[in-house]
Design a protein around this ligand. Structure first.
Ligand code: AMP
Ligand code: GLY
Length: 423
């Protein structure tokens, strides 16, 4: 069958790579893709947010399965549009994607499901939000209700910080309409993990837990990014904790969504804080995480296509996914300056040599072809991903590959998976 992957990051390169290994895959397209996906699939120059254009392309090219990477088109209703046109697509409907698209919606669902999460209040009036701060004496997190490209969450240590965050969202409208409503949340303390699940609306398969590294700098310092590295498994999520997450969070949330008439199909990504009182939901994303997708795809031994197709059609179970028992680590290499302004168009060296390394995959994110050269074109440029018999071995191998690759101004964290190593 012909398959279309939508997006252009490391996540999409990892998906295309995995899909290409399937006996079921016919032509594989990636829209718009990057220099890495161009090696495996046909890149199609349609932006991920042109959902009408993508539907037209899928029809014209007899695409039997479309897989959506980023949240934007999902929250814009790409799945509903494809369904209206009789096309099969992997991802949640617009209504179900509200789990990521609206923090207030998410908190309502989690509360109905009686799943553990931070105490919260939602406000649409600035003065009421400021008054409410008194009810969060142990620190508060101020969140813009809508999508804000990962920047709409401010973890506050003092009341002044919180008032400032509220003013930026509700007064200066820094995030536009997304910040007109704010969610105030009790600040949780613990270690974070990402748990991703394949869902068909009713049934599901858990993926092994992963951990992301959101800050730009070593030791979790500096501003937040899309993610500077990830690894799986995450030892903080013991088998007992994973089972608690499944029973207390995943299962009731999927059931609640179904009960609301918005059955959840696609990848449900739960951002979890492992607190002293047990796991609590921080957020839901309506898609694979990036970079988490990269180590998770490296560990998936089964054919992904029947799994994605069965979820998209609501007909699980199929053969349950089998996972490589080895550990996988992804180190993101970024352009100097990221997450602020950064330079583009730098020639990347060492990719051919890294490609010869066993158990290493260099997934591309912000890259493009400039004649014969691969050059940088985005903030996060590469996800250098490895497999190893232990997290330590995978870390060593990933950094060995990172050492071979270079371009002017490249930056990366040197402590990916250090938490797992210190356990
Ligand atoms: P979110 O997009 O809601 O996951 O928030 C982004 C990041 O903010 C999370 O990955 C956490 O590091 C942090 N965060 C969000 N909510 C809380 C909370 N209630 N307590 C502590 N940290 C939080
Ligand atoms: N790595 C976090 C995310 O994809 O949202």
């Amino acid at each position: 069958m012909n398959i279309l992957v939508i997006g252009s990051g490391g996540r999409e390169h990892a998906l295309v790579w995995k899909i290409k290994q399937s006996q079921k895959a016919g032509k594989v397209f990636c829209a718009p893709g990057n220099a890495g996906t161009a090696n495996l699939a046909r890149n199609v120059p349609i932006p991920a947010d042109d959902i009408e254009g993508l539907a037209r392309f899928a029809k014209e090219n007899l695409v039997a399965l479309t897989v959506v990477g980023p949240e934007g088109p999902l929250c814009d209703g790409i799945v509903d549009l494809f369904h209206e046109q009789g096309l099969t697509i992997f991802g949640p409907s617009k209504a179900a994607a509200q789990l990521e698209g609206s923090k207030d919606f998410m908190k309502n669902v989690v509360t109905s499901a009686q799943a553990p999460t931070a105490a919260y209040e939602t406000h649409t009036i600035r003065e009421e939000a400021v008054e409410a701060l008194a009810r969060f004496p142990n620190g508060v997190v101020v969140k813009a209700d809508g999508l804000a490209a990962g920047k709409g969450v401010v973890v506050c240590d003092t009341k002044d910080d919180a008032v400032d965050a509220i003013d930026r969202m509700m007064g200066q409208m820094e995030f536009g309409a997304a910040g007109a409503t704010v969610v105030l949340e009790e600040k949780l303390v613990g270690e974070e993990a990402s748990v991703l699940v394949f869902c068909d609306g009713e049934r599901y398969y858990m993926m092994p837990a992963a951990q992301d590294h959101k800050r730009i700098g070593d030791g979790d310092t500096g501003p937040n990014t899309g993610g500077m590295g990830a690894y799986s498994p995450a030892p903080v999520v013991t088998p007992e904790i994973l089972q608690e997450i499944e029973k207390l969070i995943i299962e009731p949330v999927i059931k609640t969504m179904r009960g609301m008439g918005a059955p959840y199909r696609g990848v449900l990504y739960a951002g979890i804080m492992i607190t002293a009182e047990g796991p609590k939901v921080l957020e839901f994303n309506c898609r694979f995480g990036d970079p988490e997708c990269q180590p998770v795809m490296m560990r998936l031994k089964s054919d992904i296509v029947p799994l994605l197709a069965a979820c998209a059609k609501g007909v699980l179970p199929v053969d349950p996914p089998e996972w490589d028992q080895r550990a996988s680590v992804c180190v993101v290499m970024a352009a100097g300056g990221y997450p602020g302004p950064y330079q583009k168009g730098k020639t990347i060296w060492g990719l051919d040599q890294a490609a010869t390394m066993k158990d290493v995959m260099v997934f591309h994110a912000g890259t493009k072809l400039d004649r014969q050269n691969v050059v940088t074109s985005g903030g996060r440029v590469l996800g250098v991903t490895s497999l190893g018999d232990s997290v330590a071995a995978a870390v060593e191998l990933a950094y060995k590959a990172v050492g071979i690759i270079s371009w002017e101004g490249a930056v990366y964290r040197t402590d990916i998976a250090r938490r797992a190593l210190s356990r």
